[in-house]
Design a protein around this ligand. Structure first.
Ligand SMILES: [Fe+2]
Length: 177
């Protein structure tokens, strides 16, 4: 199953790239005023994205058991907060480099990250088991994506990776240090 898992995740990544490509072609077609072409590429993109989610699910890329799932979403909410800041930084850099239009759009994407953080946070508050909502555990932050791990990271196997960005265990820093 291990080899299988890698193959499934590889296929998921390939489908995701395909989705990105078709969404981009849809955007370009739209810029050319080709609404019908844009809509059809969007449909193809959505099918690729749907296939990617199937392969990710089949390979257990993200937790599916209730407690682990909500623990993951809680940590993911922090990664979205982190994402907002990172994207705002990118927007500032673009603005300084004179790319005002791009910077402005990127700024709206930062706002979307903030919204994602709010949505995931609210879902945790509403649906997560009580044990997940409690904040009395040790917390570690992924230095790459901002995902928060709660609990004893040391007890995870050496090959543990960040569930959001796949960086190794060594990328995590104990929070507050
Ligand atoms: Fe990460």
């Amino acid at each position: 199953m291990k080899d299988y898992k890698k193959t499934l995740q590889g296929q998921a990544q390939a489908e995701l790239s395909g989705a990105g490509m078709y969404f981009t072609l849809a955007r370009i077609a739209k810029a050319h005023g080709l609404e019908d072409v844009s809509m059809q590429f969007t449909e193809l993109a959505n099918q690729h994205a749907d296939q990617a989610s199937f392969y990710f699910t089949a390979s257990n890329r993200y937790p599916q058991e209730t407690h682990a799932l909500w623990q993951f979403i809680k940590g993911l909410s922090k990664a979205e907060e982190y994402g907002e800041k990172a994207i705002l930084n990118l927007s500032r850099q673009l603005e300084e480099a004179g790319h005002k239009d791009i910077a402005q759009t990127v700024q709206t994407f930062a706002a979307q990250h903030k919204y994602h953080a709010q949505v995931t946070h609210q879902l945790v508050e509403k649906y997560a088991p009580q044990a997940v909502k409690q904040n009395n555990k040790k917390r570690y932050v992924c230095s790459v994506c901002g995902y928060e791990y709660e609990g004893d990271l040391e007890s995870e196997p050496e090959n543990y990776t960040c569930p959001v960005c796949t960086m190794p265990k060594s990328a995590f820093k104990l929070k507050g240090e």
